[in-house]
Write a protein that binds this ligand. Structure first.
Ligand SMILES: [Fe+2]
Length: 206
């Protein structure tokens, strides 16, 4: 059973009664579907950013794959869609994890060469994250895990540093790449620097 964190962080979560069928979590997050009026532009962007293959496209619907799933991103062309206004509810971003700091840096450098630049770079603590915006303004986070284990990352949520600043500390991606290429210790690069308090009012939530 998945661990459940009670909102007050202290109360145990009751085990299901033997008379109740067990609740079942999905085995994985399968895919994200984006509707767009910029089908070709988004197709190029996601292929470039994710190094994805087109598993299927008929010019109106496309499935993009880059790992062992048959598709992780799907695009649907819908003519005449309006741009996303600020101040609406919904998905803020979708995040993709790279295997190493070197892979993230190499991806940042490759995308720079294509003129695709991050809109926000932040060390959240558990992750080093570069946020990009697709041609429709949907935000995509490219990240690495800073911690060796899920438990270590989860423990960060209960530190004083996270309590006063659950957002993270911004960084300059060019500086991060320079430090990596100079051979600086990766643990030092991934370490979130100390910071003062920070809340969600200081970030672009659209
Ligand atoms: Fe994220």
């Amino acid at each position: 059973m998945n661990k459940v964190i009670d909102p007050d962080r202290t109360a145990p979560v009751a085990a299901p009664s033997a008379a109740v069928a067990p609740a079942i979590s999905p085995v994985r997050l399968a895919h994200v579907v984006l509707r767009t009026s910029k089908f070709d532009e988004l197709l190029r962007w996601y292929r470039s950013v994710l190094c994805a293959d087109v598993a299927f496209s008929n010019g109106h619907i496309a499935f993009l794959a880059y790992d062992d799933e048959h598709h992780r991103i799907a695009l649907i062309q819908v003519p005449g869609l309006q741009a996303q206004p600020a101040g609406i509810c919904g998905v803020h971003h979708i995040a993709f994890t790279y295997a190493s700091l070197g892979d993230l840096v190499a991806t940042y450098e490759r995308l720079e060469g294509l003129g695709i630049r991050p809109v926000w770079c932040v060390n959240h603590g558990p992750t080093t994250s570069m946020y990009y915006a697709d041609p429709d303004g949907n935000q995509v986070e490219l990240q690495i895990d800073n911690c060796a284990t899920v438990e270590e990352a989860g423990a960060f949520f209960f530190t004083p540093a996270f309590e006063s600043n659950p957002i993270g500390v911004d960084f300059d991606p060019a500086d991060l790449a320079r430090r990596f290429r100079a051979g600086e210790d990766e643990a030092a690069i991934k370490q979130r620097p100390p910071s003062g308090p920070r809340g969600v009012d200081g970030i672009n939530l659209r």
